[in-house]
Design a protein around this ligand. Structure first.
Ligand code: SF4
Ligand code: SF4
Length: 76
């Protein structure tokens, strides 16, 4: 699974983007988004999602199934 950014909470501060070890966070025209095909939840090295920890607006969370599928189709 992957994490997703809640567009309604994202202030587009950009803090999360450089934290990602997999370069999974991208800035689009309207929001920051996480590529679910690249996001590993940071499990391999850090044990917890780094982006979720640094977001000042509590805007990043584990994806629910439906949202995950939507993200996969966006990047697919
Ligand atoms: S850290 Fe949070 S508020 Fe800032 S760009 Fe990332 S998701 Fe948006
Ligand atoms: S959980 Fe880790 S791998 Fe996934 S987007 Fe956030 S920082 Fe990147």
């Amino acid at each position: 699974m992957a994490l997703v950014i809640d567009e309604d909470k994202c202030a587009r501060c950009g803090v999360c983007e450089p934290e990602c070890p997999n370069e999974a966070i991208k800035q689009t025209e309207n929001a920051y988004v996480i590529d679910p095909l690249l996001c590993t939840e940071c499990k391999e090295r850090y044990g917890e999602p780094l982006c979720e920890a640094v977001c000042p607006n509590d805007g990043i969370h584990k994806a629910k199934d439906s949202l995950y599928k939507k993200c996969v189709s966006f990047f697919g």
